[in-house]
Design a protein around this ligand. Structure first.
Ligand code: B16
Ligand code: MG
Length: 221
């Protein structure tokens, strides 16, 4: 049987770090006199740190110097890392470990494909790093999702052809990136939002072992 590569996004798939991004961005936006809502935070999911700050400044109709931009990015990340430092394995989303272990037991390959430059720190905090054969994150890519770069590098590092890879993603841009990479795309979240995905599950508790086994045996995948 052909080996498959399973590529997981981090924020929104393995852990919910969006709530910490929200607190840190909100603090920063408020310090600039810009309001920042949870709805706006939704639009930053899967978006890089630089692009996130650009968007917040656009929403607040604010222009700042390059120096201040760099300083704000550093401040935001420092605050975000304070929340991350308190994380432990209780923050792993439901049934993620079951799915990872099922894939490992079947002797298949696993990679991380995240936009976050903090991905390795987060995987260490929740004690999941050992389960990954490859980690591709914001420090390894030049093009953000929906560009397929992050997933194509993941496939290459696993030494598996893209058409034999399966991506788990919670953001629209991430699903588009997986589709552009010619991989099977599995949305984790709302079917209405992730309608471009090949399959959508509300969360991993809804994904049974039969579904995973079918992915392994499906020769077209
Ligand atoms: P950092 P993912 C993304 O993670 C987050 O969804 C997004 O909100 C964040 O801006 C981005 O990582 C960059 O994160 O500031 O830690 O480098 O969903 O691609 O795992
Ligand atoms: Mg995500």
């Amino acid at each position: 049987m052909t080996k498959k590569g399973f590529i997981f996004d981090l924020d929104g798939v393995i852990v919910d770090t969006a709530k910490y991004h929200f607190l840190a961005w909100q603090n920063l936006a408020n310090s600039l006199g810009i309001s920042f809502t949870e709805e706006q935070n939704e639009q930053l999911k899967g978006v890089s740190r630089v692009r996130s700050l650009e968007k917040i400044l656009e929403w607040g109709n604010k222009t700042i110097s390059e120096e201040e931009f760099t300083r704000l990015m550093t401040d935001k990340n420092e605050e975000y890392l304070k929340y991350i430092s308190k994380m432990d394995d209780s923050e792993i989303l439901p049934d993620v470990v079951r799915v990872l272990d099922t894939i490992i037991k079947k002797d298949q390959m696993i990679a991380l494909g995240s936009a976050s430059k903090n991905a390795r720190v987060i995987l260490d905090k929740v004690a999941l790093r050992d389960k990954f054969h490859a980690i591709v994150d914001g420090t390894n890519v030049t093009k953000a999702k929906p560009d397929p770069e992050v997933f194509l590098i993941g496939a290459k590092e696993l030494n598996i052809a893209p058409e034999h890879c399966i991506v788990f993603e919670d953001s629209v841009a991430g699903i588009q990136a997986a589709n552009a990479a010619n991989m099977i795309s599995i949305g984790i979240g709302e079917a209405k939002i992730l309608h471009e995905a090949d399959y959508v599950f509300k969360d991993f508790t809804e994904m049974n072992d039969d579904f995973l086994n079918n992915l392994l045996t499906n020769q077209n995948a």
